[in-house]
Design a protein around this ligand. Structure first.
Ligand code: SF4
Ligand code: SF4
Length: 376
């Protein structure tokens, strides 16, 4: 297979001109992408991003989304900025608003692709691990998409980029009939997925109670873990914040989790015709954790810039390689752990063999790990 082209604009600014700013360089990247040749006049194009959380502000900044929607409109298409429900829909739109994502700032409608209740979705065949997944109905039906992914770490995935944006972000939390079992919770809880609590390991920090979006967790008399299994949609937030592995999903299998992410991403992509999805990875404010967490730590490596490509595996591999090549920033979670330049920061931090995601993407026909960087 030929090398895939990955177009790259560095975050460094060498001239004090708008064209040399990162937003200015994104305009150049988008002009190279020839949007008018890939999207039809008046075609609806989803601009898939992550709206963040009440405390996680390090997302793809609205200025970049605006550049994308402007370029799409100049190409004659009709952009719509989308994400799927993470908290409840009403509160999640408020999160988008407070993080600066609204129709005025991004120049396009800002919607929830699976509706305010997060149940507008359509079952799509996935594969060996997941069977089928509930793809957000708007993403299922829209003919084209630009996947704008903020690159960062992730406690379960190690690395979170475009594959995770498609998988966790293109699939709803739950479905009307099969609940979390065909939602994104099916990825978090490979196996049966019930939570168990280990009293001896619990430090009674109550962070799990704090982060649960559905108030499934409480502590009887401040000591005994009480868990509403029937309400839990297996989002995995509680297990992620637990400092002592005191709550875990039964049969958690990190490798299957990584493969399931790519399987779900492939299911989402199967709803598009070839050539109708473009990827933009933003290697900015590369923090240790996911944008859905209640806070965003300081970046671990310096901003690298923006990558744009047609090839999912290639853009993910290129993003991973850039982070590997960058040294840890002082005062960050990486330098706290004594990491130095040359260390695989995300692997050391999260103890996950995160490149399995890309290997799985190649196996599922979603591109190649062989790429060529084209500097813009
Ligand atoms: S996985 Fe944990 S945080 Fe998520 S809904 Fe279930 S109990 Fe709440
Ligand atoms: S986050 Fe973990 S350690 Fe803290 S209260 Fe919950 S189970 Fe216990």
């Amino acid at each position: 297979m030929n090398k895939a082209k990955v177009f790259y604009a560095s975050a460094r600014v060498h001239k004090w001109k708008q064209e040399d700013s990162l937003p200015g360089k994104l305009e150049r990247l988008l002009s190279i992408a020839e949007l008018d040749k890939r999207f039809e006049k008046d075609e609806w194009v989803a601009v898939k991003t992550h709206y963040g959380s009440h405390g996680a502000h390090r997302i793809v900044r609205p200025v970049f989304l605006r550049k994308v929607t402007n370029a799409l409109k100049s190409a004659g298409a009709k952009p719509i900025v989308v994400d799927t429900v993470r908290l409840n829909g009403y509160d999640y739109l408020e999160v988008a608003n407070q993080n600066g994502i609204n129709p005025l700032s991004v120049g396009a409608p800002v919607i929830l692709a699976d509706g305010l209740f997060g149940r507008d979705n359509i079952l799509v065949k996935a594969g060996r691990i997941l069977g089928e997944v509930a793809v957000a109905s708007f993403i299922h039906d829209v003919p084209a998409m630009v996947v704008c992914s903020h690159i960062k770490g992730h406690i379960n995935a190690g690395y979170a980029g475009a594959i995770k944006n498609l998988a966790m972000g293109g699939v709803s939390a739950q479905h009307r009939t099969c609940g979390w079992k065909c939602g994104r919770g099916a990825m978090h809880s490979i196996g049966e997925g019930k939570l168990f609590w280990d009293e001896e390991k619990c430090q009674l920090c109550y962070q799990c109670e704090e982060v649960c979006p559905l108030e499934c967790i409480s502590f009887e008399e401040g000591k005994k873990f009480v868990y509403a299994d029937e309400r839990c949609w297996r989002c995995g937030r509680c297990t992620r914040v637990c400092p002592g592995e005191a709550i875990m999903h039964e049969q958690a299998d990190p490798e299957e989790f990584l493969r399931s992410l790519t399987e779900a991403a492939a299911a989402v992509l199967s709803t598009f015709k070839p050539g109708k999805v473009l990827y933009i990875n933003f290697l900015t404010e590369i923090q240790p954790e996911c944008d859905c967490m209640p806070g965003a730590d300081v970046p671990m490596v310096q901003d690298q810039g923006i990558l744009i490509a047609d090839d999912l595996a290639a853009i993910e591999q290129a993003s991973m390689d850039m982070i590997k090549a960058a040294g840890p920033l002082p005062g960050s979670a990486a330098s706290d752990k004594g990491m130095k330049k040359g260390d695989d920061i995300l692997k050391e931090l999260h103890k996950r063999d995160y490149e399995i995601q890309v290997q799985a993407a190649v196996e599922l026909g979603l591109g190649t790990r062989e790429y060529e960087i084209v500097n813009v």
